[in-house]
Design a protein around this ligand. Structure first.
Ligand code: HEM
Length: 339
């Protein structure tokens, strides 16, 4: 046999066995259980899964526009705590102390009923098949699209945790008054870099914040009894009318007043005009040249923001998933299975 023929047979053999080595699809990502996430995961086991998620989410967003933002945020709060494993969705019971009680989530995280509705529709269609963690990831993508943002293929195959971490939720999710270095470190711990941080913060182009999350900026930013000097004074005055020195903690304000329900790059433009609502938004512009350049770039170029947002969402969605034999497929997203 000539060398050429030998090489030919080697190539043919590799191609023939490749499908049996695991998913050889574009967009596959290594998971924590030795398995992979890939967009076609439910193509055979639950072919209508993505369609069902989309339809339930679309109904919920049609009923309340804000729901798109709330569902997008749930994916972030899930993935930053023990990976994207739906630990966030567990209610307290038995040994489980719910993450819903943590500082970032209490009186704030919302949209759980919508995910329950998706899960119950999926359990009817294909029982015990689609994980709650994948439902959150798909709902985040569908919400973004419904709000006018970019779309992406969601790698799938995550399994659900059998536990939650209240301390993880308190410590690992950045707080709005964290310094930029702290926020950067919290992203880095999840394998996310500065580009991911700035692009993903662009989620604040939709949704609302409570007064309690930014009050400090209006009255006493640095402990000297003065408002944050980096906040536009007339915008600050306007915010003070609805967010008094004390009381009104739960009053809500759009994160992007320019277009609160529309997913676009106005968030970045607001920041440049000293009208970023949260301190964590503003510091992206004032505390690092690198993040400042990215804010300017996305403010100038919506397409670039959309492209990077999609890439960074897939990256965030790949944080330590449970795959293979790890975890379980919960029957109900609020509780672990009983055997
Ligand atoms: C960079 C660090 C981040 C900080 C400090 C932060 C902080 C916050 C805070 C304080 C709120 C308002 C919560 C309230 O007052 O009830 C909020 C809302 C929101 N966040 Fe973030 N966030 C960050 C990154 C992200 C990321 C990465 C995403 C998504 C990928 C995201 C999506 C959202 C959305 C969509 C809302 C509005 C939710 C609603 O209206 O229900 N945030 N965030």
């Amino acid at each position: 046999m000539t060398l050429i023929t030998t090489l030919f047979f080697m190539v043919v053999t590799v191609l023939a066995i490749a499908p049996h080595l695991g998913p050889s699809v574009v967009g596959a990502h290594k998971g924590g259980g030795g398995g992979y996430l890939y967009p076609q995961f439910y193509d055979h086991s639950c072919p209508r899964a993505q369609e069902i998620v989309k339809s339930v989410v679309a109904q919920a967003v049609a009923k309340e526009t804000r729901m798109a933002a709330s569902l997008l945020r749930l994916h972030f709060h899930d993935c930053f705590v023990k990976g994207c494993d739906a630990s966030l969705l567990l209610d307290s019971s038995g040994t489980i102390i719910s993450e819903k009680r943590s500082n970032p989530n209490r009186n704030s995280a919302r949209g759980f009923e919508v995910l329950d509705a998706v899960k119950s529709a999926l359990e009817k269609e294909c029982p015990g098949t689609v994980s709650c963690a994948d439902i959150i990831a798909l709902a985040a993508r569908d919400s973004t699209v419904l709000a006018g943002g970019p779309s992406w293929e969601v790698p799938l195959g995550r399994r659900d945790s059998r536990g939650a971490s209240l301390s993880g939720s308190n410590n690992d999710i950045p707080a709005p008054n964290n310094t930029l270095p702290t926020i950067i470190t919290k992203f880095k711990l999840q394998g996310l870099d500065l580009v991911d941080l700035v692009a993903l913060s662009g989620s604040h182009t939709i949704g609302f914040s409570r007064c309690t999350s930014f009050r400090q900026r209006l009255y006493n930013q640095t402990g000297n009894g003065l408002p944050d000097s980096t906040l536009d004074p007339s915008y600050a005055a306007q915010l003070r009318t609805g967010c008094p020195r004390s009381g009104g903690d739960q009053n809500i304000f759009p994160l992007d007043p320019a277009s609160p329900a529309h997913f676009d790059n106005n968030y970045f433009k607001n920041i440049i005009y000293s009208k970023g609502l949260l301190n964590s938004d503003e510091v992206l512009f004032s505390k690092s040249l690198k993040t400042m350049e990215l804010v300017k770039l996305y403010a100038q170029n919506n397409d670039l923001f959309f492209q990077q947002f999609a890439i960074s969402m897939v990256k965030m969605g790949n944080i330590s998933p449970l795959t293979g034999e790890k975890g379980e497929i919960r029957k109900h997203c609020r509780k672990i299975n009983t055997y």
